[in-house]
Design a protein around this ligand. Structure first.
Ligand code: NIG
Ligand code: FE
Length: 393
């Protein structure tokens, strides 16, 4: 089944090499696309009117809306149970975030059945799709024992191909005085359980939290994951300056995420690397923290991605349009830079060339905006203008 989607006022392809592209964003005005099975894009181009364009089994007419690649949410913690709204309320009154609340989500998640977690996960994914998100990376990290981490990875794998083993989220309370034993568990039996489900390994590398992992512990975990064939992602430099960025670049990580507290040397290190800096401004919003210096990163030539970090502690928002609006308003990205970071940037952080753009052969979804241009994503902050184009046979 092929569908000609036409009547597109402004198509952002992120493919500036397309012969009809008008600018570096690969913009085509008066565009159409043909989409095949599995949301694969078959053809992209300008149309003189809504009737020309290649033949297709059926036609969808958009009547002047803008179309962008579906957002790539490259950093989420979607598999969890429990509620931490009271922790959020306390934070708004001045309590600082230190990762200690993760233990309560671990307890609630361990107590939940597979079906409970499936339901919560699917509800959150539906929420994301309804706001224009396509591919979603999902981390474990609320099981923190062998059986529960394996279970969370299995459940994540039912709904996504981008699954990340985060057994090193925090030291669980039962290991508080036995940190090295916990690192041995993560790099041994827990990693063995993760094989076959996860494609990535991640660690909360954060010397400013007593619950998270220091540089040596993080290195041991990331190297074990790499030796087991997993790609590397790092939670780094979130609560204060630290070793996360350096370690990520040294180990060839695909992405280092948060980057809230960077030194000039960190930015230089990132600029000379293939590691993407993934910024999560919903976290600074929900923890009342200062935003990362996104301008310095972009101006230094670092590839930047934007993601939600959707999780119960630091940002319980699943909305990529909200993230884009924050990036524009609070981090001074241009709307073009923010859209690129939320699509192609996320794809690069997952080392995928088949998503995050609209080109012949790409996959990962198409997002329609109830607006004439993508500028409205931040201009109309909080208004639900973005939705995934659903083409059911
Ligand atoms: O990315 N910083 C570590 N992990 C999450 C928060 C998890 C939680 O508080 O439940 C984050 O911010
Ligand atoms: Fe996170």
């Amino acid at each position: 089944m092929t569908t000609l989607v036409t009547g597109i006022a402004e198509l952002t392809t992120l493919d500036p090499t397309h012969p009809d592209a008008e600018d570096a964003m690969g913009t085509i005005r008066g565009a159409a696309i043909v989409v095949g099975d599995d949301e694969q894009v078959l053809w992209v181009g300008r149309t003189i009117n809504s009737d020309n364009g290649p033949a297709a089994d059926r036609r969808v007419f958009l009547d002047g809306q803008a179309v962008v690649p579906a957002f790539v949410d490259s950093h989420t913690h979607l598999v969890f149970a429990g509620d931490r709204s009271a922790e959020f309320a306390a934070r708004m009154s001045g309590t600082a975030y230190d990762g200690g609340g993760i233990a309560s989500t671990v307890a609630a998640t361990r107590a939940a059945s597979d079906d409970d977690l499936r339901h919560l996960l699917r509800t959150r994914l539906d929420e994301m799709r309804a706001q224009g998100t396509g591919v979603v990376e999902i981390k474990s990290g609320y099981g923190l024992d062998v059986d529960n981490e394996t279970r969370l990875l299995r459940l994540a794998g039912e709904v996504s191909d981008e699954v990340t083993f985060l057994g090193a989220h925090v030291i669980p309370p039962e290991f508080r005085h036995r940190r090295s034993e916990y690192v041995d568990l993560v790099t041994g039996p827990m990693l063995d359980g993760a094989r076959g489900y996860a494609t990535w390994v991640d660690v909360f590398c954060e010397p400013h939290s007593p619950h998270a992992f220091d540089a040596d512990e993080s290195r041991a975990i990331l190297e074990a994951g790499r030796d087991a064939g997993l790609g590397i992602r790092v939670h780094g430099n979130q609560l204060g300056p630290g070793p996360g960025v350096r370690l990520a670049v040294e180990l060839g990580a695909a992405s280092v995420d948060h980057c809230t507290h960077l030194t000039a040397a960190d930015i230089e290190t990132l600029a000379g690397s293939t590691t993407v800096a993934t910024l999560l401004p919903g976290v600074e919003f929900s923890t009342r923290s200062n935003y990362p210096d996104a301008r310095a990163l972009i101006d230094a030539g670092v590839t930047v991605a934007l993601a939600s970090d959707c999780n119960p502690g630091t940002c319980y928002s699943s909305s990529m349009p909200f993230v884009i609006a924050l990036a524009v308003r609070e981090m001074r990205l241009t709307p073009d830079e923010a859209l690129r970071a939320a699509t192609a940037g996320g794809a690069q952080s997952l080392r995928r060339s088949d998503i995050g753009r609209i080109v012949a052969g790409s996959r990962g979804g198409i997002t329609v905006l109830d607006a004439p241009s993508h500028l409205h994503l931040s201009y109309r902050a909080g208004v639900p203008i973005a939705r995934r184009l659903v083409l059911t046979p």
